[in-house]
Design a protein around this ligand. Structure first.
Ligand SMILES: [Zn+2]
Length: 100
């Protein structure tokens, strides 16, 4: 699956509580950073960045990981964590990308 296809599926099946969602596969990111998820509350945007140097499979994994953070937008104390709620969100993303 291509990354754009995966983004489209996630947008439809796990929509985010945010009007503007940007996903960038970028080479301008620290080489030891896989990805980031940034919420700009003033602008009402979510920006997910994925390190371009990763393999496609790893990029998909980072996309699911960061999308799961974005799903926790309404629960600020969980947004940055990798707790049980984040785990559930990640599993939901996984089922979108790799349906059983
Ligand atoms: Zn994370």
């Amino acid at each position: 699956m291509k990354i754009k296809e995966a983004i489209m599926l996630l947008r439809h099946q796990e929509p985010l509580a945010c009007e503007t969602i940007r996903v960038r596969v970028s080479s301008r990111i620290d080489e030891d950073t896989y990805g980031t998820c940034f919420h700009d509350a003033e602008k009402g945007t979510i920006t997910i960045r994925i390190n371009k140097s990763l393999s496609l499979v790893a990029q998909l994994d980072v996309l699911m990981h960061e999308w799961a953070h974005a799903m926790l937008l309404g629960i600020p104390e969980e947004f940055d964590k990798h707790g049980p709620l984040w785990g559930v969100c990640y599993a939901r993303c996984y089922n979108v990308i790799y349906p059983s």
